[in-house]
Design a protein. Structure first.
Length: 240
């Protein structure tokens, strides 16, 4: 079972200061280049059942990952090496630990790729109390067709120990770095990259903003963007 707490959005400078300066880390920083494609049926049957399914490349290694939520901070997670989604589904369904109803759902589903992501994950292991926690910072973006939104978030995952230590560590980081809790998933945000959502948000006026300010607003989730030919148009995500 995966037990994690998400802090997002997180500024890159804040996250890297945390990862470099805090004294509770017990491993060196490691970086993983991630590319992922997320799958569901056209009518979103997996999402309706609380299931997410993705095929990702981790530093060039293919992994098929399935998750389903158990509580606000815990999810069951299954991962299998795979180069295609078909290969991944077969491997997942062969795992006797996977609930039969979920195996049936994914094996019979007409799966399509809904959206993709590309981001860099920087992670370290930390010791807090009697527990080991993995601290990961993800920085990059999701896209569907010509529409994009940013990923800039910290995840705290309990690898060994007590959930109380995880919550205490989270409270410390929130207080010190002013990091907000988030209950949204990457898949949930990416699934919002619809044309209808962009029409509701409306174009954002960025003419009087510097390039750095625009980039900062985008990475903090205040702006989403759409590529139209060679032009980038920004949209006011705060109105979504």
């Amino acid at each position: 079972m995966e037990i994690e707490i998400k802090l997002a959005p997180a500024r890159r400078t804040t996250a890297m200061t945390l990862l470099e300066k805090e004294g509770f880390f017990i491993s060196p920083a490691r970086r993983v280049e991630m590319e992922a494609s997320y799958f569901d049926t056209p009518d979103r049957a997996l999402k309706a059942s609380g299931v997410s399914l993705r095929l990702r490349q981790e530093n060039g290694i293919g992994v098929c990952c399935l998750k389903y939520r158990v509580s606000a901070i815990s999810r069951h997670e299954f991962e299998k090496r795979a180069l295609t989604i078909e290969e991944g589904v077969r491997a997942l369904c062969a795992d006797s630990r996977l609930p039969p109803e979920i195996a049936q759902l994914i094996s019979s589903a007409d799966l399509v790729c809904l959206y993709s992501s590309r981001y860099t994950r920087t992670l370290r292991l930390a010791q807090w109390g009697r527990s080991t926690v993995e601290v990961a910072f993800d920085l990059g973006e999701f896209n569907k067709d010509d529409r994009f939104c940013a990923v800039s978030e910290l995840e705290l995952e309990l690898k060994e120990g007590d959930v109380g230590d995880l919550e205490a560590m989270c409270a410390y980081l929130q207080a010190k770095y002013a990091l907000p809790l988030s209950d949204s998933t990457k898949a949930g945000r990416a699934s919002a990259l619809t044309q209808e959502a962009f029409e509701r948000m409306g174009r954002a006026s960025v003419q009087n903003m510097s390039a750095d300010d625009i980039e900062s607003a985008y990475m903090m989730g205040k702006l989403w963007k759409k590529q139209v030919g060679n032009d980038i148009r920004y949209y006011n995500a705060e109105k979504y």
